[in-house]
Design a protein. Structure first.
Ligand SMILES: [Zn+2]
Length: 168
């Protein structure tokens, strides 16, 4: 897989949202990240990585903050976003919720005292989040989809796509 990767200088933008370099979740302050080359319009539909990792990502995104009594930071605010109709108002909110819930998941995965249960090459990469797109469902225009592009520690590309109304 590694020979498909190219080192890319980071503009600290994920989707339409800009970060400052020090807090950028894609390059983590280093200024560059690795991306996979999959041709001109290479859209990898589903994951080549761990199914368990994908499930954990979805859990982190879709469970409400406060739903885990053992971890007050677990979960995301996305369940609030779905009730607001205008996606242009909420894109930044959606992206910041995605970023913070994935950061929490990453912290848990990196915690050596915490028995996470995934092989270390299957946990989220240190430079985990490569792209976040907020899309409209083509068959149901009022439904928004989150499409995430991530990598695990073996640099496998993982694409997770989920409708926001799963947060119900
Ligand atoms: Zn960056």
């Amino acid at each position: 897989m590694r020979d498909l990767l190219s080192k890319i200088s980071c503009n600290h933008k994920i989707g339409d949202y800009s970060f400052v370099q020090t807090t950028c979740p894609r390059c983590e302050g280093t200024g560059y990240y690795f991306d996979i080359m999959v041709g001109n319009h290479g859209d990898i539909e589903v994951t080549s990585g761990s199914k368990r990792l994908v499930q954990d990502i979805l859990k982190a995104l879709l469970e409400q903050v406060g739903s885990n009594i053992d971890d007050s930071e677990w979960g995301s605010e996305l369940y609030k976003v779905r009730i607001i109709q205008d996606p242009t108002l909420t894109k930044a909110q959606i992206i910041s919720s995605v970023v913070s819930s994935l950061k929490r998941l990453k912290v848990l995965m990196d915690d050596e005292d915490y028995q996470y249960g995934l092989p270390s090459n299957e946990v989220l990469s240190r430079r985990g989040i490569k792209d976040i797109q907020i899309l409209r469902d083509t068959t149901e225009p009022r439904r928004l989809l989150i499409q995430l592009s991530l990598s695990d520690n073996s640099e496998d590309n993982i694409v997770v796509k989920t409708p926001l109304d799963n947060t119900r």
